[in-house]
Design a protein around this ligand. Structure first.
Ligand code: NAD
Ligand code: ZN
Length: 248
């Protein structure tokens, strides 16, 4: 067994409260590009121009050009082994919650039950004018989708300029400040205020296990164990190691 994986597995087994923080990188192998990928969605649609609440209110038709492509990408995506591994850890009673920045619903599809969505979810829509809610399936193929009041619907993702859902924020902060182990997977950890959580955990004495293809701002400063590589491979190895060590 790889030495670092073994160390990480022991931390998870010994911890009384473990949480996972995930970002776009965990869904890259499911076919959803992250912010950095060349030729990806964000190369063609500048988030400053297409992902602000002001842009949506001003010209929802234009923003739906981006949302339509995003919806088609998310529609095709299926959870990968990293999502499945976290669901398995939760099932074994070794992971309290997943706190995700992703809006793709893949943690829930993989079987995770306690998922806190920091940036909302793209699979439900709300009319910001009359507050009526819809499931995306009710509006499938309709671009832009409209409310029965005639206005264009907004997916329940948090646009730049919108507040993080207060309950998600409060619960995340509570978990981060009381956990004993924190797994942070596939996030560049630069988007605020999500990036406060790993620091909060570290200050509270938690061990930090980071999984990423590349080093990040966290790696030098707060990470205890850095598992470099693809999320699917690293999480699978970690879950196997946890199972092996628990059996001994
Ligand atoms: P980011 O794009 O800033 O960073 C992604 C990180 O994942 C990078 O550090 C990269 O090295 C790493 N990575 C890429 N592929 C990986 C792999 N296969 N295995 C392990 N690591 C890998 O993403 P972020 O930090 O989540 O912030 C971007 C923002 O964009 C978030 O707010 C998020 O809500 C949003 N977003 C969401 C999705 C989604 O829902 N799937 C996709 C794109 C962007
Ligand atoms: Zn309406």
């Amino acid at each position: 067994m790889d030495e670092l994986i073994e160390k990480a597995a022991r931390i998870i087994i010994e911890s009384k409260l473990t949480i996972a923080l995930t970002g776009a990188g965990i869904s890259v192998e499911s076919g959803i590009p992250d912010f950095r990928s060349k030729g990806g969605l964000w190369d063609r649609f500048d988030p400053e121009e297409y992902a602000t609440i002001y842009a949506f209110k001003d010209s929802p038709e234009k923003v739906w050009q981006m949302l339509k492509e995003m919806e088609q990408i998310v529609d095709k995506a299926r959870p990968n082994e990293a999502h499945a591994g976290l669901a398995e850890l939760e099932g074994m009673g070794l992971l309290e919650s997943v706190l995700t920045q992703n809006i793709d619903n893949l943690h829930q599809e993989a079987g995770s039950r306690n998922v806190i969505e920091y940036h909302g979810n793209s699979r439900t829509f709300t009319c910001i004018w009359c507050n009526k809610k819809y499931d995306y399936k009710d509006k499938k193929g309709e671009y832009p989708p409209k409310c029965e009041c005639g206005k264009i619907l907004k997916p329940d993702v948090i646009f730049f300029g919108e507040a993080i859902p207060p309950l998600a924020m409060a619960r995340s902060s509570q978990l981060a400040s009381t956990c004993q182990a924190l797994l942070i997977i596939g996030t560049s950890a630069v988007v605020s205020p999500f990036n406060i959580l790993p620091r909060q955990a570290k200050q509270a004495g938690s061990k930090i296990i980071e999984i990423n293809l590349e080093r990040t701002v966290l790696t030098e400063n707060i990470t205890d164990i850095f598992l470099q590589g693809k999320a699917s491979e690293q999480v699978s190895q970690l879950v196997s190691a946890v199972k092996d060590l628990k059996e001994v």
